[in-house]
Design a protein around this ligand. Structure first.
Ligand code: ZN
Ligand code: ZN
Length: 338
């Protein structure tokens, strides 16, 4: 049998199953690993995604999209290929796609994170012959601190600002990162204000039973209370008129790219919190080893470095050119020349 998954102009294609995984062009059947914009695109006829992610995918695709949910681990057979979805630990409803046909098993990871957090089902290693892995942070310099250490830093910064009567603003991607921060903050410090782009996604998380602290919209809070508030806003809000109401605020950016000093400087924020929803270098290596796959196909990120390193480990590694980006793309583009 030839390769079970290949790259076509529409996206990653499962040959015997005749379906696509996270296609970047409209297709008949799309399996979606998660609802970030670079993996979940409009226009396909049918979508299949993990059940906890149906709400967020529908929020992106609209009411008319044909979306089927599949519970984690549940199997469906499509054209002789047994398909199941397994937690990827990246954002709510994120999954790895397991495909089995004629005794051969392939897994496509989508985006994943190995460290467990409170906002989504933890990453589950899946044994396979061939593993398609992301490589967003696929350089040995990327090593994350435990998330609790980052949350302690965020809470400490917020508390100090609140004591000084200054509002604290964290810029974070609206889907995933924002809810991750919410899951780790100490709401006893002050009120928590979410930007209008963040709130609907938090609602989807709460609807799936993810406990998040109470949040308010900026219109629901008086000016005096704002001085003790933590504000969570998408990066696009930086420099907008929406920010004016916060007066002399302190600001921060939360992203894995904040590990690079250049990225923080270019964002010209007071603080950078290194918090990522992707696996760091040790995480990628742990995940790859746990699959026991002999064949590794590397997508979006540091393809040449990872492929070379994996080949040196005796694995059969190669890259796939995809059109996936990163939800913090703007930051990474700035960081790449840092
Ligand atoms: Zn993603
Ligand atoms: Zn991605």
């Amino acid at each position: 049998m030839g390769d079970m998954v290949v790259v076509r102009k529409e996206g990653l294609y499962c040959v015997p199953g005749d379906f696509y995984i996270d296609p970047w062009r409209p297709v008949e059947r799309a399996v979606i690993t998660h609802a970030h914009g670079d993996h979940a695109r409009y226009g396909s006829q049918r979508y299949l995604t993990a059940a906890p992610g149906v709400g967020v995918l529908r929020a992106r695709m609209g009411e008319d999209a044909a979306i089927d949910g599949l519970a984690y681990g549940e199997k469906v057979v499509h054209n002789g290929v047994t398909v199941s979805l397994h937690p990827a630990g990246h954002v709510l409803g994120s999954s790895q796609v397991r495909m089995e046909c004629g005794g051969e098993v392939w897994v496509a990871s989508g985006d994943y994170k190995v460290e467990a957090d409170k906002t989504c089902t933890p990453f589950e290693p899946v044994r396979c012959h061939s593993f398609i892995t992301e490589s967003t942070f696929g350089l040995p310099i990327y090593r994350w601190e435990p998330e609790q250490d980052i949350f302690d830093d965020i809470n400490g910064w917020w508390r100090k600002n609140a004591e000084q009567g200054r509002c604290s603003v964290v810029f974070a991607y609206a889907f995933g990162k924002a809810q991750r921060i919410l899951s780790g903050i100490d709401p006893s410090i002050g009120p928590v204000v979410c930007h209008g782009a963040v709130e609907p996604l938090s609602r989807a998380y709460r609807a799936e039973g993810v406990p998040l602290p109470p949040t308010v919209m900026v219109t629901d809070i008086d000016k005096a209370a704002l001085r003790r508030a933590l504000v969570i806003a998408p990066p696009s809000a930086a420099g907008s008129t929406w920010m004016r109401r916060f007066g002399d605020y302190s600001d921060a950016f939360a992203s894995g790219w904040m590990l690079l000093r250049g990225a923080r400087r270019r964002r010209s924020v007071d603080r950078g919190f290194v918090l990522s929803d992707h696996a760091d270098w040790p995480g990628l290596m742990t995940a790859i080893r746990a699959t026991e796959a002999q064949r590794i196909i590397v997508t979006h990120g540091s393809i040449p470095v990872m492929v070379r390193w994996l080949c040196e480990q005796g694995l059969d590694a190669a890259g796939f050119e995809t059109e996936y980006g990163d939800e913090d793309e703007a930051v990474s583009a700035e960081a790449s020349d840092a």
